[in-house]
Design a protein. Sequence first.
Length: 339
Amino acid sequence: MNEPKLICRGLWKLFGSDARGFLERHDFNPGLDQIAEAGLIGAVRDASLEVAVGEIFVIMGLSGSGKSTIVRCLSRLIEPTAGELFLDGRDLLACTEAELIDIRRHKMGMVFQHFALLPHLTVLGNVAFPLEVQGVERARREARAMEVVELVGLGGREHYFPRELSGGQQQRVGIARSLAVEPEIWFLDEPFSALDPLIRREMQDEFLRLQRLLHKTIVFITHDFDEAIRLADRVAIMNEGEVIQIGTPEDLVVRPATDYVAEFTRHVSRSKVLSANAVMVSAESPGDFGGEVRSDARIHEIAGEVIGSTRPFAVVDKSGHVVGQIGREAVIDVLASGG
């Protein structure tokens, strides 16, 4: 894994009176019952995680799990009650308000479920707005905004107003606006959940295309495991304010740390999660293969060609070396297991 871009350790966010004092009196280790008895709400409880440079790190959980609160703590849009928070080794909790504003303007991009576009500004005006706030002169900011408008596929619509765009197009404007400042870390809180399923899939594809081009460090919030499977390098599952488990989608499905994680992932299609690497066996007859597949390829991606062959397929690593083999029976077993 690459070096960490963002680190939080022992992060707490309690809503209510004298929350910090309450934590201190309980040695920063209160239980849920104690939090409730004190009339507090434990939105984030002793959360620790690291996000690597260039990683898509997905935080997921059901409504009320704390996922939206933690992303606002990570960006300090709301103030954590306790804990440590570092961006590129810099202590964000020690930053002044002026320093935070500068960091948000130049290092962070944010996209939320509700597009919050300015209705009186065109697409170009909305995308250029963060640069205007930075004091960038008009010609430069509009040139940069136009670059990003083209990047997200809205070229030709730069003079449209938000009301003239579809929901998916409006979300593209929101994404373009957050990219205009060329952020180093990108926070997205359920950005596609309000969209129709087909548009949502299209926006996921667009998101992955942009990431292949831009290689951003991304914290992405969702409640949809299928979305997490498509997008994530790693996933953190939250419940009642706690980070329960962090791992690849495959780790969470194959090796759940708790009954909650097992139940959370129980209905996930194994063929979308399991890789060839997880199902392969030792290569018995090198060279006598029906073809080859990447070790990180998901079973649903390779099922057709493997099942269609009477010979096993070689499983190869990133260097092209054979690391095992996979046959039709193994693939059929995964497909038959369903969720």
